[in-house]
Write a new protein. Structure first.
Length: 136
């Protein structure tokens, strides 16, 4: 029984790996992304993406239209997997939010979606994750 379960699990992993390898993601995330982080109306403005490496460094800004705040963004994007990580810093350069997500493309149109989870550090509810979703 254990061997059958292990074989089924290995087969499922192999199938997912084959399907995932056929996917393509945008080579660049530079641009303006609109959406929501938890309940806040946000804009990610990704200005620069370094031209080299498997997961190039990206720089930009995040504007929270709900709370009328801005902060810089620094992170990386992996075009081979769609994975992205962004750290939001305050005016003093301290990280107070981290965003982890993946890019995808909605079926039937060319809208690029970026969705994931973010953590807000240094508040009473520290280390609680919330969803975010933005599109370009």
């Amino acid at each position: 029984m254990r061997n059958a379960i292990a074989l089924a699990f290995a087969s499922a992993i192999a199938l997912v790996s084959v399907n995932a390898s056929a996917a393509t993601w945008p080579t660049s995330v530079v641009g303006v992304w609109h959406g929501y982080a938890n309940t806040s109306d946000v804009v990610f403005t990704l200005i620069t993406q370094k031209p080299t490496g498997k997961c190039p460094i990206v720089f930009g800004a995040l504007t929270d239209n709900t709370y009328k705040t801005t902060g810089t963004l620094t992170g990386f994007y992996c075009p081979g997997s769609g994975r992205i990580v962004l750290l939001r810093k305050d005016g003093a350069g301290h990280v107070f939010q981290s965003f982890r997500g993946n890019l995808g493309q909605s079926s039937g149109n060319m809208t690029t979606l970026l969705t994931g989870r973010f953590v807000n550090y240094g508040q009473q509810a520290a280390f609680v994750e919330w969803p975010f979703s933005v599109e370009k």
